[in-house]
Structures are given as structure tokens and as C-alpha cells.
Ligand binder design. Structure first.
Ligand SMILES: CC(C)(COP(=O)(O)OP(=O)(O)OC[C@H]1O[C@@H](n2cnc3c(N)ncnc32)[C@H](O)[C@@H]1OP(=O)(O)O)[C@@H](O)C(=O)NCCC(=O)NCCS
Length: 365
């Protein structure tokens, strides 16, 4: 047998036409389109692109958006479960419970035809924002707010979260957050989802697998870790000491480093720009300054001690964006999942269409 590769680093596990990453040049594409360009589209259009493999024309987009908007509602049984299941657990745990309940209640749950799976994927993409906002409302002692079909995917999410229609810039920021979080090749949650899909389990089971994997602090949970770090550091003048303390104890600084990118994660650059614009709109550069000082200190220390740089990843400046959008740290991983669900269901379809059960070997020692 061959040697094992710890963490499956650089192992090519399968073929995909959904996403490509050039880790050396820092280029990320969904279906052949660079993320910088995707940011000019709506989340609905990007979600359609991921799932159907083509940019929708106006008629296709209108029809897809209409379906998504009409599927935003969640029923009172799910709301009751979320209300009852409010034991101080993490928001992501409540979201997972809500997705499990949605699976039970889906009238097409036992139908694995392409058509039924497509309807289920639309329901998942459409309902995630409502589920996450409702989780937050119950956790903060407030009643959930019904979706507004006149608002975009992102604007409606912020409206349901806070009960206030967001500014244009805030709506644009969360829409871009969902787009930039939507897909990233064989990241851990997508890989685990594809394993579940490869057993021919249903789409809800696969998405729940993805959610469970996303939770960990080395994956989607890092966004929450960055938000907590920003609170702990609190002022730019504390940032340098924070980094030096962490590195001297050989601890990780959340939101830095990446398995695939050897240069700056292109999503981090885009998130940094969004954070800058929110800071300007709010006339408050505090969180941006804390983050930038952390970034500069990490870069300098890695160059000095390892002779190579380290860059922020997707979770770093997205956490700063969440700060400006007043999204609490506890909700960060669930908001990430709200964007990622389009990528997950796309991978479910790709696995299903050309399936062989994923079953590697272990080296017995
Ligand atoms: C993303 C991550 C899991 C990649 O893991 P990986 O490819 O297995 O890389 P490693 O954890 O082996 O790191 C390689 C080296 O860089 C260091 N390093 C990597 N990320 C670091 C970080 N965020 N803070 C401090 N040191 C870091 C490691 O300590 C290791 O140093 P060593 O060679 O002296 O032991 C890792 O960078 C990390 O844990 N980052 C923090 C969590 C995070 O932000 N996750 C979100 C990912 S999008």
C-alpha cells in the first residue's frame, strides 16, 4: 500500500466542474467565473449558476428568484421546535435541528428523483435565512419575523434578523458575503457531504453532514473565533501583543492560513474592501483598524520567524463585516452556512450524477 497523506493534503479525490482554485495565484472560480465577477451578480444568480452550471438568462433568473422567494416561509411546527429547543446551545446546533425537522416535514422526502431533489434544494436555499434569523430571534427573546418577498435574498435575511430594512450598503455586504461563502471546492464540509451523497442518502442527510463538519473551529467555526478575537483584542494597540502571545504559545490565530492558498485568499481581499466601505459608511474604523493591525503583525512575525508570509483567509475580514452588520459571534457559522448551502446542494447533484461510493483505505499500524 502507498504512504498515507496526513490531512489528505493535495490528494485529488474526485473530478468537479463546480469550482476551481489556483492556490499559487489566488484565483477562485465558480463554474469558470472569477469571484471578483461573481460579486457583481445577485446571490440568486450565483446560486442558479452553481446548481445548474450556467449563468441564468433574465427569464430563468426571474423564475428561479420567484420560486426562492415563495419558499422562504417556514411552518409553525418548526418555529415551535426552535422555541422549545432553546437550551443555550449554539445557533448552529439549533439550525441543524431545524434542518432535521424540515426533512421530516418535506412531503417529497422519500422521492429521490431529479425533479424532487431540485425542489428540495430550492427549499433548502430559500429557507436557510429564515431558519437562521428565527434561531437568533428566539435566542435573544424575540419573536421571529416573517420574510419579505420584495427584498433580495441578503436584504431579507438582515430584515428578518433585526426587524429593520438594511441600508443599500448593508444589503450589498450580506449579499456578497453569501456569494463569497457559497462554494469552495473540496473543503471539509463539502467533502463530508459528498461522502454522504455517495451512499445515496437523501439530500437533507447530506446537507446536515455538511453543517456538522462546518461547525469546527478549524473550518467554518473560525469566523466565530475571529469575532471573539476582535472582542478580546478590542483596540488596535493590543493587537501586536495578542499575536505575539499566541505565537509564543504555539497557538493558532483564527482567520489566518490556508491549506490551498499560498498567497492571499481572493475572498479575504474582497471582504476587506466590504469591511472598509462599511466602516466608512458608519464613520467608525475601529474594528477595521484592529483587524488590519492583526494582519500586519501576523505577516511580519511569519516573515521574521519562518521566512514565509501568512495571509488572512475567508473567515478573517468576513468576521469584521459581521461586526459592522451587528451579527453576533454565536451566529457567524450559521450565516456562513446560509451562503454555503448552494454549493453543498450543487455538489450533491454532481456526486449523484456520476456516483461511486467514496470508500478509501486506512494503513493499519
Ligand atoms: C486553515 C488551517 C486549518 C490549514 O491547516 P494546515 O494546512 O493543516 O496547516 P497547518 O495547521 O499544518 O499549519 C502549517 C504551519 O503554519 C502554522 N499556522 C497555520 N495557520 C496558523 C494560524 N492561523 N496561526 C498560527 N500559526 C498558523 C502552523 O502552526 C504550522 O506551523 P509549523 O509548520 O511550524 O508547525 C490552519 O491554517 C488553521 O488552523 N488556521 C486557523 C483556523 C482558520 O482560520 N480556519 C479557517 C480556514 S478557511
Amino acid at each position: 500500500m502507498q504512504d498515507t497523506k496526513k490531512g489528505l493534503e493535495d490528494v485529488l479525490a474526485l473530478d468537479t466542474s463546480i469550482c476551481s482554485i489556483d492556490g499559487r495565484q489566488g484565483i477562485l472560480k465558480y463554474r469558470g467565473i472569477e469571484v471578483e465577477q461573481l460579486g457583481q451578480m445577485s446571490y440568486d444568480a450565483v446560486s442558479y449558476l452553481l446548481i445548474h452550471g450556467k449563468v441564468p438568462d433574465q427569464r430563468e433568473l426571474d423564475s428561479y428568484s420567484k420560486k426562492l422567494r415563495s419558499e422562504r416561509y417556514i411552518n409553525s411546527d418548526i418555529l415551535n421546535v426552535l422555541n422549545v429547543c432553546n437550551y443555550g446551545s449554539e445557533a448552529l446546533d439549533s439550525l441543524r435541528t431545524a434542518v432535521c425537522c424540515s426533512a421530516h416535514m418535506d412531503t417529497e422526502k422519500d422521492d429521490s428523483s431529479m425533479e424532487a431533489n431540485m425542489s428540495k434544494s430550492i427549499r433548502l436555499v430559500a429557507k436557510f435565512p429564515t431558519l437562521v434569523a428565527s434561531v437568533h430571534r428566539y435566542k435573544t427573546g424575540q419573536l421571529p419575523i416573517a420574510p419579505d418577498e420584495n427584498l433580495s435574498h441578503g436584504a431579507n435575511f438582515l430584515y428578518m434578523l433585526k426587524g429593520k430594512v438594511p441600508t443599500e450598503l448593508e444589503a450589498d455586504a450580506i449579499e456578497k458575503d453569501f456569494i463569497l461563502s457559497a462554494e469552495h471546492e473540496l473543503n471539509p464540509s463539502t467533502f463530508s457531504l459528498r461522502i454522504t451523497a455517495s451512499t445515496m442518502a437523501d439530500i437533507y442527510s447530506a446537507v446536515i453532514t455538511g453543517l456538522c463538519t462546518l461547525k469546527g473551529p478549524l473550518h467554518g467555526g473560525a469566523r466565530k473565533g475571529v469575532m471573539n478575537m476582535l472582542d478580546e483584542v478590542s483596540h488596535p494597540e493590543n493587537a501586536e501583543k495578542y499575536v505575539l502571545d499566541k505565537l509564543s504559545h504555539r497557538q493558532k490565530v483564527m482567520g489566518f492560513g490556508h491549506r490551498v492558498y499560498k498567497t492571499c485568499d481572493p475572498r479575504a481581499k474582497l471582504f476587506k474592501d466590504i469591511a472598509r466601505r462599511l466602516a466608512d459608511e458608519q464613520g467608525d474604523s475601529h474594528w477595521y483598524d484592529v483587524a488590519e493591525t492583526l494582519e500586519h503583525t501576523m505577516y511580519r512575525e511569519f516573515m521574521a520567524t519562518k521566512g514565509k508570509p501568512i495571509f488572512p483567509n475567508v473567515d478573517f475580514y468576513s468576521a469584521v463585516v459581521y461586526k459592522y452588520l451587528d451579527i453576533p459571534p454565536e451566529l457567524a457559522t450559521s450565516v456562513f452556512a446560509t451562503g454555503r448551502v448552494s454549493g453543498w446542494v450543487s455538489h450533491y447533484f454532481e456526486q449523484y450524477a456520476n456516483n461511486r461510493v467514496i470508500r478509501p483505505r486506512a494503513n493499519y499500524i
